[in-house]
Ligand binder design. Structure first.
Ligand code: PMP
Length: 401
């Protein structure tokens, strides 16, 4: 098929969606090639029993590739689940409170442990709310930064570590944060958190929107959770990487074990190779292909590409800061989700409409914030960011006063 105006094959557009989002074309092509008859099995992966030998090799292959790619140590389990990031908000709390180590610590303290939440935007706030909903005792480590006018929390920067209100290690079950806030466009450097937290307290991190964008020092985390639908594959599968000692429970089957619903139970999934029941077979298969693609690209190269793509757009914003109004503190700008405002709502609508004429889609900010948001995940080539910046330049020249 001849390339269209974007230069992309198959008449594809520049897709700046925050998720589900663009997948690498080579992965989609492989899916297409194998769609009707997967490697001579005479059927699609969608039609295959998850208890078959062929599917075993698909899911085990996906896990093995990811383990190599992220250098996941042997004392960490890799689990594919369902329920999205939202399911994991509850799962993190329920599983950790069912773990032997947390229960031992709680017995020693003589009262329930607290869950520490660093709130940096919509999704960490979502995690906090879910724990409250389940009756957990929470402590807010910091809630964005205080807006000078109203005193309300504002999610455009991070409160300095010196102002964080971390609980005492002996009273804290875990510390939770979201590394990349997809809505607010804020990235929290992992070193800030893992260096600030006492090593005896597990850190739980939501990496839904920046997973696979850089190498990760897995051993600094108790658990990492991530929905697949941004950087890893289609919606429907959720990844959990968890330190195995946190899966240990009290024996025999106690109240703690019964406190975790099966579909959220990390131990149940880990002990059954992510298949205690029917997994999202096709989504896991596509993730496996994306993992292979990322391995071929290399995580260091993907991290450099992320800097280059985002750098182009931020440079243009910084050239015209009165027109492309970035709201996020430069130190914490996300390299995945870039947010800005234009001087008026009318200009924002015009920007979105004119971009669409150039096959650039999904530019509107999250419905809770408005403005413009573009998402530059792994599958976005540098050319996509270049095309977007060329459009920003043109739009500025035509519309600045
Ligand atoms: N965490 C982050 C960082 C997200 O961006 C999202 C969704 N965009 C979620 C959690 C919630 O994920 P889901 O919609 O898969 O439940």
């Amino acid at each position: 098929m001849p390339p269209n105006a974007t230069g992309l094959p198959y008449d594809r557009v520049w897709n700046f969606s925050a998720g589900p989002s663009a997948l690498p074309v080579s992965v989609l092509e492989e899916v297409q090639r194998d769609l009707l008859n997967y490697k001579g099995t005479g059927m699609s992966v969608m039609e295959m029993s998850h208890r078959s030998k062929v599917y075993d090799s698909i899911i085990n292959g996906a896990e093995a590739t990811l383990r190599r790619l992220l250098k996941v140590p042997e004392n960490y389990a890799i689990i594919f689940m369902q329920g999205g990031g939202t399911g994991e908000f509850a799962a993190s709390y329920l599983n950790l409170f069912a773990s032997k180590s947390v229960r031992d610590k709680q017995r020693k303290l003589g009262r329930p442990l607290t869950c520490d939440y660093l709130v940096t935007g919509t999704w960490s706030k979502g995690g906090l709310k879910e724990v409250k909903r389940l009756g957990g005792i929470t402590n807010v480590v910091a809630d964005g930064v205080k807006s000078t006018e109203s005193g309300a929390a504002s999610y455009h920067s991070l409160a300095p570590v010196s102002e964080w209100n971390l609980g005492k290690p002996e009273e804290t079950a875990f510390v939770y944060y979201c590394e990349n806030e997809t809505v607010h466009g804020i990235e929290t450097p992992s070193s800030l958190v893992v260096d600030a937290v006492d090593p005896s307290v597990p850190v739980v991190c939501d990496m839904s929107s920046n997973m696979l964008s850089r190498p990760i020092d897995i051993k600094r985390f108790g658990a990492i959770i991530a929905g697949a639908q941004k950087n890893m594959g289609p919606a429907g599968v959720t990844l959990v990487i968890v330190r195995k000692d946190l899966l240990e429970r009290e024996e025999p089957d106690t109240e703690a074990v019964r406190g975790v619903p099966s579909v959220l139970d990390w131990q149940y999934y880990a002990s059954a190779g992510s298949m205690p029941h029917t997994p999202p077979t096709f989504a896991i298969y596509v993730c496996g292909l994306v993992f292979k693609w990322a391995e071929e690209m290399g995580l260091e190269a993907l991290a450099q590409l992320r800097e280059a793509r985002a750098g182009l757009v931020y440079d243009m914003m910084d050239k015209h800061p009165d027109f492309y109004r970035g709201v996020v503190d430069k130190k914490y700008r996300s390299r995945m989700n870039l947010v800005f405002n234009l001087p008026t709502k009318e200009l924002e609508s015009k920007f979105v409409a004119e971009a669409a004429e150039r096959n650039m889609i999904q530019l509107k900010g999250h419905r809770s914030l408005g403005g413009i948001r573009i998402s530059l995940y792994n599958a976005m080539p540098l050319e996509g960011a270049q095309a977007f910046v060329a459009f920003m330049k043109e739009f500025y020249a035509a519309n600045c006063q």
